[in-house]
Design a protein around this ligand. Structure first.
Ligand code: BGC
Length: 470
């Protein structure tokens, strides 16, 4: 594998294309964070019970799992660009359906369908980015998708808090329509993925796209040859299931996404306001905004360093911070928190000294930093890098669906766990992070600067997972 100076430069067209594709991440983030500040107004508007109100968050996550399941087959059949356009159209249309929904049922249906688009986008966007990125920027471009998620979350926290005065969940939701429309228009101008074009036998078109997005003709031709070599005729994700090498990366992708979710990050994303309320903060919304800001700024750092330091060192560093912060926050809650049930309602008791309150806040921020520098971006990067081309749609479908299913478990249950046993919940998240450090050492490959085709040929040659990037 040779590296010329040309393929170490990122050109303007690749940057533009990457930004448009990564807008899917922005919508993903905004839709996830929407519930955090709007739920109380939705509850008032439709006079919902507690269980009905949980469906607002839950239906989006279930829709996302459904979207992720089908996105592999769709993107293989119709191509990445077409499916991105479909996702952008669903975002736009059903966000408006939600804004104008006359009753709770229609709001739920619209959230479920937007969830499908979120699931599809969370699959296609990193896949498309990995397929158009020059290899030396692949990590950074996929991390940009993660950055967009965090920008989306932060913008929505800000928006929710700025619009809280209006008491209108409809206006809050309408804010999401703006990037949806921009994404829809932008997606129409995207080139088709050259790897998908080769996969469906349209080599000439692939060459035209590569010449447009690479710096030199030689670079484009080399890459086309590499892609062609990596495809063996008549193979599909399902057929690959007969091969041990494919099962191995399939399981690796699914476990990596499960680990990402069970670090507990989304417990903060959905319920940070409740966590800070429990810790006795009088203005938990401000703490939530700070969390969103740290998440976003740290992801910027990750983009800078992921292709410089490599995936594994960053994972070790981040997971260590996650482990330490989970244990410290867990210990504070375990020693100071109790609850009783009065008339069927949970009454929590916690008195923290200012030092312990600040300890909780600071280590919550260390947690967010640790996640955003490592597990957030790196897991999406790895999952889109490790699959062989013919099994990529199937493999990423499986890992993305695992991400959403585990996310749905957290979305639906974490608040209960946090209410009844916050100390043990954080400690359990810490244990997951510790196990993940060992898992990374044993099974995660270092893919920094290695072409997707090289990773694939190592995999097919039977190399152990941890050595795929050699
Ligand atoms: C995760 C999401 C999470 C987000 C937070 C993503 O990588 O997949 O579940 O909400 O990071 O920044």
């Amino acid at each position: 594998m040779s590296t010329s100076t040309a393929d170490t430069k990122l050109n303007a067209i690749t940057i533009r294309v990457a930004i448009i594709a990564a807008l899917a991440g922005l919508l993903f983030g905004m839709d996830i964070a929407y519930v955090n500040g709007s739920l109380e107004f939705i509850v008032k508007s439709f006079t919902l019970t507690l269980s009905e109100s949980q469906h607002v968050a839950g239906t989006l996550l279930i829709g996302a799992a459904v979207g992720a399941i089908f996105s592999g087959a769709l993107s293989k059949k119709w191509g990445r660009k077409t499916v991105l356009i479909i996702a952008a159209s669903i975002f736009t249309i059903f966000t408006f359906v939600g804004v104008f929904s006359p009753n709770f049922e229609i709001l739920l249906v619209s959230r479920f369908i937007v969830g499908i688009a979120v699931g599809i986008a969370s699959f296609i966007s990193p896949l498309y980015l990995s397929e158009i990125a020059p290899r030396h920027f692949r990590g950074a471009l996929i991390a940009m998708y993660q950055l967009m998620i965090t920008i989306g979350i932060f913008l929505m926290y800000l928006c929710n808090s700025a619009l809280a005065q209006t008491g209108s969940w409809r206006i809050m939701l309408a804010a999401i329509a703006i990037p949806s429309i921009i994404m829809l228009i932008g997606c129409l101008t995207l080139p088709k993925s050259p790897r998908w074009l080769v996969l469906v036998g349209r080599n000439d078109e692939a060459e035209v796209v590569l010449k447009k997005i690479r710096n030199t003709e030689a670079e484009a031709e080399n890459e086309l040859n590499e892609i062609r070599d990596s495809i063996s005729v008549n193979s599909s994700g399902f057929k690959l299931l007969r091969h041990g090498f494919f099962i191995k990366v399939l399981i690796l992708g699914v476990l990596l996404q499960a680990f990402q979710q069970f670090t507990g990050m989304n417990a903060f994303m959905y319920y940070s306001t409740d966590i800070f309320k429990m810790a006795g903060f009088t203005n938990p919304a401000v703490a939530t905004i700070i969390i969103g800001l740290v998440n976003m700024l740290t992801t910027l750092l990750a983009i800078k360093y992921v292709d410089r330091f490599g995936r594994k060192p960053i994972l070790y560093f981040g997971l260590f911070l996650l482990f330490v912060s989970c244990f410290i926050v867990g210990a504070v809650f375990k020693t100071h928190y109790s609850y009783e049930i009065i008339n069927g309602a949970v009454q929590s008791h916690i008195v923290l000294s200012p030092v312990l309150q600040w300890t909780t806040l600071i280590f919550s921020l260390v947690f967010i930093f640790g996640f955003a520098i490592s597990m957030g971006p790196v897991i999406w990067i790895l999952c889109s890098e490790i699959q062989p081309l013919e099994g990529r749609d199937f493999g990423i479908t499986a890992s993305t669906t695992a991400n959403w299913l585990c996310n749905a478990i957290l979305g639906n249950f974490a608040l209960t766990w946090l209410t009844f046993a916050p100390g043990n919940t954080f400690i359990a998240f810490g244990v997951v992070c510790l196990v993940c450090i060992g898992f990374t050492k044993l099974f995660v490959p270092e893919t920094k600067g290695v072409s997707l085709e090289q990773i694939e040929s190592n995999l097919k040659a039977g190399m152990p997972l941890a050595k795929l990037g050699r």
